[in-house]
Design a binder for this molecule. Structure first.
Ligand SMILES: [Zn+2]
Length: 263
């Protein structure tokens, strides 16, 4: 069995065939799909997917860093995140973590202080609600290390999703908290350098993910990603580590269940 620990199947890219996508995932052995929130405008779609597939969906609640850029209402949206964590919407039992949160300086560096304020506020929420975090980091590893180091002794736990940092970054972050590192389709891209880092990270620290509809693994690179392809990520991690895919599936599924508190 597999768990896709990061997927946005609630996005409109899947409106035409979401049911088939979910069926393919289940046939590929995916037993749970973690759905990180992005922003207010897509939250209702996330809730609807949880109502439709309660046995499969593992919803997170948070405000994505790129949704803070040029958004005059981001502080209001942050309050809304807290309200949903306190009182989930009708038909949604609970949220299993705070995400997707983080820092993204790829598009612009102009909103770093706002992104950092939102990140710290949501890390605080995670501690207050005793939930893990799902952290997005793009072109901001040194800034991320700076923020997370302030939480070093506070019992933060979570996943650095789509981890693309180097081995030093992995080691630095790993000693700052109970962190896992999300591996997705990028591990199949030859020039990414992710495979070399994954080789050195113990399986106990790895979660598998797709980040659907983005970051599609080879041989489907360039097309829409979907949760069934997490089996391709599993196979590639197994190849890199020289073990059977079953071993990778079992350990990473256990890791995900422990982190998100799944049965
Ligand atoms: Zn994401």
């Amino acid at each position: 069995m597999l768990i896709d620990t990061h997927s946005h199947l609630f996005e409109e890219e899947f409106d035409a065939d979401r049911h088939e996508v979910v069926e393919r995932a289940e046939r590929a052995g995916v037993e749970r799909i973690v759905l990180p929130a992005i922003e207010r405008s897509s939250n209702e779609r996330l809730f609807e997917m949880c109502r439709e597939y309660p046995h499969l969906a593992v919803p997170l609640m948070g405000l994505h860093p790129t949704s803070i850029n040029e958004n005059p209402d981001w502080r209001e949206e942050l309050h809304e995140v807290e309200r949903w964590l306190t009182t989930p919407p009708a038909g949604v039992e609970r949220f299993y973590g705070v995400g997707e949160i983080g820092l993204d300086l790829y598009w612009s560096r102009d909103f770093l202080s706002e992104q950092e304020e939102a990140l710290r506020a949501q890390l605080d929420m995670a501690l207050r609600f005793n939930l893990p975090v799902a952290i997005h980091t793009r072109e901001a590893w040194s800034e991320m290390i700076g923020v997370v180091s302030d939480y070093r002794t506070r019992g933060l736990r979570g996943v650095f999703h789509a981890f693309a940092g180097d081995l030093d970054t992995y080691r630095t972050l790993r000693e700052m908290g109970d962190f896992k590192f999300g591996v997705g389709g990028v591990v199949t891209y030859k020039k990414s350098g992710v495979a070399e880092v994954v080789r050195e990270i113990p399986l106990e620290d790895i979660l598998l993910e797709t980040d659907s509809p983005y970051l599609t693994p080879v041989p489907y690179r360039g097309k829409r990603n979907e949760s069934s392809y997490v089996s391709l990520v599993c196979a590639e991690v197994a190849r890199i580590k020289g073990v059977e895919p079953d071993v990778v599936a079992a350990q990473t599924t256990l890791n995900a269940k422990q982190l998100f508190g799944l049965k």
